[in-house]
Ligand binder design. Structure first.
Ligand code: ATP
Ligand code: MG
Length: 345
């Protein structure tokens, strides 16, 4: 039997799972499924709440006919700390692991004993360079957060093969490790947050989590029109950012919130261009459920003045033709789950 791998994205509104079959160079879709997340879900603290998430994951895996127990899971970007450390001298791997804790102490608001540190080397000069240096992307995950995820997964009867972050998952499925891909910003609009990621030379250089996501958009419509949330959700999905619909009424309500996301994206794009003039951002990928909103691609393209595309995490993956249309409808929402499943051992 071919080797399979399972990506599990425990979103705040929807939990998704993807199982891929890897056989030499080919990656084939074996199974996928999604289910509404219980509330408050992973934001809960008590055992009852966490057990509710676990039993939902169990139902999801049953529905997807997934029997494997080893899953790759993402921690929410909004709860981990990431930073590019670019003031280090040339360091060997061994030197780096001791120096990194000093650098970490400066920006992590928790005692270092309370976090797990991971890092990736973004750049390391030749030791004999005039200006020898090492640039590192550092990720600090609170141990309480990791313990909570491990607990839920254990209740659900699965084992976390790896715990990554949402942006690491989305980066793998949407950009991949290709060092020649154009520098890209991924704007991942979920339900509770929007996560920005800058990917250059196949590596992550910046992540930022904003607390404006799809739920805030729905709430704004509900408040403005005095609608139930379900009706507001419908309006968002049908009219979204289409200025010529309903006299632009929905557009006007959504615009200030979308602009929070768009302006912050613009700001990080400009800051990146100033810092790294030779690897300017050439491409914008809209991901997450919010990327499916009518009119949003055009709105971002005109505001950012860049090429904007809707995320398609399935593009390199072999799938049955019968599935292809169905997958494309919900594609941007699967970026994280697909990327997690694509993780190499
Ligand atoms: N066609 C659509 N138009 C506009 N918004 C949409 C559309 N389809 C889904 N959404 C929105 O996408 C959001 C859900 O996205 P997603 O499934 O990526 O979130 P999540 O992973 O559960 O949340 P988070 O990542 O913040 O924890 C919801 O707010 C939903 O209203
Ligand atoms: Mg999500």
């Amino acid at each position: 039997m071919a080797k399979t791998s399972i990506g599990l994205d425990i979103g705040s509104s929807i939990i998704r799972v993807v199982e891929l079959e890897k056989d030499k160079e080919r990656v084939k879709l074996r199974s996928l499924a999604s289910i509404a997340s219980p509330q408050p879900g992973m934001n809960g603290e008590g055992d009852v709440e966490l057990e509710a998430v676990a039993s939902t994951i169990k139902s999801l895996l049953t529905a997807a006919k997934i029997e494997g127990k080893d899953v790759v899971v993402a921690l929410p970007e909004s709860k981990v700390f990431t930073r590019v450390i670019d003031d280090l001298p040339y360091l060997t791997d061994k030197e780096l692991s001791s120096s990194i804790t000093y650098a970490a102490e400066e920006f992590i608001p928790l005692p270092l004993t309370d976090v797990n540190l991971n890092w990736q080397i973004l750049y390391r000069s030749n030791p004999k360079d005039k200006n020898p240096r090492t640039v590192v992307f550092l990720i600090a995950s609170p141990k309480t957060l990791i313990n909570k995820y491990v607990k839920v997964l254990t209740y659900a009867g699965v084992r976390p093969k790896a715990l990554e972050t949402e942006t690491m998952g989305a980066t793998r499925s949407l950009v991949g490790p290709n060092p020649f891909a154009p520098t890209t910003i991924i704007i991942q609009i979920g339900s509770s947050t929007t996560d920005l990621t800058i990917v250059s030379k196949g590596l992550i250089w910046l992540t930022r989590s904003l607390s404006t996501g799809g739920l805030a958009l729905t709430r704004a419509i509900a408040q403005h029109f005095n609608f139930e949330m379900s009706q507001a959700e419908e309006y968002k999905k049908v009219y979204g950012m289409l200025e010529d619909q309903l006299d632009g009424k929905v557009y006007e309500v959504l615009k200030p919130l979308i602009d929070i996301i768009a302006q912050e994206s613009k700001r990080v794009i400009q800051a990146f261009a100033e810092k790294y003039p030779t690897s300017q951002i050439k491409r914008v990928v809209l991901s997450g459920g919010g990327a499916k909103m009518p009119g949003i691609v055009i709105y971002f393209a005109s505001l950012l003045g860049l090429e904007v595309q809707e995320a398609d995490p399935w593009y390199t993956i072999i799938k049955d033709q019968t599935l292809a249309t169905k997958l494309s409808q919900d594609a941007p929402a699967y970026s994280v789950a697909v990327g997690l499943a694509l993780r190499e051992e």
